[in-house]
Design a protein around this ligand. Structure first.
Ligand SMILES: [Ca+2]
Ligand SMILES: [Ca+2]
Length: 92
């Protein structure tokens, strides 16, 4: 959890698992970034920051200001791919 849009409400980043040679999904798998609306409701904004593009098996996530612009970014590590970093600066 972190406040990706700086509105004071904690938001939730969720990496999804993925298919394996022995486990196939009936529906497309993607990651999610749930923006906290502050009224007990959340909305998935993963497509706005490009996080939904990560389709592989999510293994871990790190939050830091990787490009030093003052806004926290999301780095996800997926099975069999290099780390993927997306900026959340567009939310500010
Ligand atoms: Ca927030
Ligand atoms: Ca940043």
């Amino acid at each position: 959890m972190f406040d990706f849009d700086g509105d004071g409400w904690l938001d939730i980043v969720l990496l999804n698992g993925g298919e394996t040679p022995h486990g196939k999904s009936e529906r497309p798998l993607q990651n999610a970034l749930y923006r906290n609306l502050g009224n007990g409701k959340f909305v998935d904004v993963a497509a706005e920051v490009g996080l939904n593009r990560v389709k592989n098996y999510g293994m871990g996530v790190a939050i830091a200001d990787f490009d030093n612009d003052g806004h926290e970014d999301i780095s996800s590590l997926d099975f069999q791919t290099a780390p993927f970093i997306t900026t959340t600066a567009m939310a500010h």
